[in-house]
Ligand binder design. Structure first.
Ligand code: FAD
Length: 302
């Protein structure tokens, strides 16, 4: 197990946040459970993260332990169409490996930074797909370190949602079922996805990807959140160091020295302006860390 004192600025993709007391990076599922048991007995708050690509950390930091389930838990095994993976594996690596072996189903995830555990919890994906479709089983431990296991049905996947967001499961393993496909066609599709993402998404300044989630009723009337934000004239709006870039309305970039408060104020402004124009309150995909170690969608804590 690796232990380091840390600043959350270097931990999340927004490069925002104060100090955390300790960052712990377990190297095996059993170490995750052992760390959780140990910490539960001490009463110290624990925050579980993967790659930190979808979270806003507070300016005041975190008085507790950040448990990073990421690069040290990155073993996976592919047998036929079945993938058995630890949850810290980096998603683009898994997508590319599966594609090279002629396995289809997760090519849409090839450009998504983050761990498999974070992706499953968020039911993330692109091209209106979600990883949940391919999940067979999720394993991990609960807040007391006891083993838990959930089938796809028990995970209750919905658009960018899953029951894992609220049931306290710390994901350490994921089993996926893919299908046989043509490796060359899969490769071409992944190259196409990467090309289009390079053009559409800002890449030089720190960001957490799409801030708001789409929903079918809203989409039918007004298009995706990025278009709603653009139509409300909000591209180029800045609060402190936080900016909505011209390239994509559904991103907020840190132009340098942005605080969590800047991002929150910008999110609040966007939601109010879009609601006044369309009647829809945009819902955040991005999550924020509370003092007790839990994460909630950012709009719950503006
Ligand atoms: C440039 C960019 C582009 C992006 N594009 C997309 C996209 O196309 N589609 C998409 O869906 N997302 C996208 N994202 C968002 C993000 O990458 C995904 O949501 C990703 O799957 C989050 O994984 P993570 O490991 O970084 O999770 P984190 O950001 O670390 O955590 C997210 C949530 O998951 C929880 N969590 C993480 N790991 C575990 C675990 N092992 N056990 C229990 N809880 C856990 C955390 O507590 C938190 O609530 C993008 C982000 C960026 C920066």
């Amino acid at each position: 197990m690796a232990f380091v004192a840390t600043s959350l600025v270097g931990t999340g993709y927004w490069a925002i946040g104060g100090p955390a007391d300790l960052l712990v990076e377990p190297g095996a599922p059993a170490e995750v459970a052992a760390a959780v048991r140990e910490l539960r007995d001490s009463g110290v708050p624990v925050a579980v993260i993967g790659g930190g690509t979808n979270v806003l950390f507070p300016d005041e930091g975190f008085r507790g332990v950040v448990l990073k389930v990421a690069g040290r838990l990155n073993r996976f095994r592919i047998d036929g169409c079945r993938v058995e993976s630890e949850s810290g594996v980096w998603v683009p690596r898994l997508a590319r490996t599966a594609g090279c072996l002629g396995l289809t189903g997760i090519e849409h995830t090839v450009g998504i930074p983050g761990t498999l555990g974070g992706l499953v919890l968020m039911n993330g994906g692109s091209q209106r797909k979600g990883i949940g479709t391919h999940v067979v089983r999720v394993t991990g431990c609960d807040a007391s370190g006891n083993p838990v296991s959930f089938t796809r049905e028990e995970c209750a996947f919905a658009y960018r949602e899953s029951r894992l967001q609220t049931n306290g499961c710390i994901v350490t393993g994921v089993e996926l079922e893919l299908a046989r496909g043509d490796a060359a066609a899969i490769r071409r599709e992944m190259i196409g996805i990467m090309k289009s993402r390079r053009l559409k998404f800002p890449k030089r300044l720190p960001n957490c990807g799409s801030v708001f989630v789409s929903n079918p009723a809203m989409y039918e009337k007004f298009g995706p959140p990025g278009k709603m934000i653009e139509d409300a004239g909000l591209k180029g709006t800045r609060i402190g160091g936080a900016l909505i870039p011209e390239l994509h309305g559904n991103f907020i970039v840190n132009t340098g020295g942005a605080t969590a408060d800047d991002v929150k104020r910008l999110v609040r402004l966007v939601r109010e302006r879009v609601e006044a124009r369309t009647g829809f309150w945009l819902v955040c995909e991005v999550r924020t860390l509370l003092a007790d170690g839990t994460f909630v969608p950012l709009h719950d804590r503006l």
